[in-house]
Design a protein around this ligand. Structure first.
Ligand SMILES: [Zn+2]
Length: 74
């Protein structure tokens, strides 16, 4: 049992190493190029797109004005 567990750990470690070699920061870069996060300036909640952000504002912050889309995509 111990041997099998150690093997699994080794595999996971190797996978992590391989992922790191591919570029550990790629995930962050990908998120930036794929689509900017529409972060709510009020609660810092992240929304996948402007439409969701606008709905979020209407639901969560009806007293606040949703910033224009251009302020996120610029
Ligand atoms: Zn919010």
């Amino acid at each position: 049992m111990v041997r099998g567990h150690a093997k699994q750990q080794a595999q996971e470690a190797a996978k992590k190493k391989a992922d790191a070699a591919k570029g550990g920061k790629s995930q962050l870069g990908e998120a930036r190029t794929k689509g900017l996060k529409f972060t709510c300036p009020v609660c810092k909640g992240q929304n996948p797109n402007y439409k969701v952000l606008k709905e979020h504002f209407e639901n969560k912050h009806p007293k606040d004005t949703c910033p224009p889309e251009s302020s996120f995509t610029a």
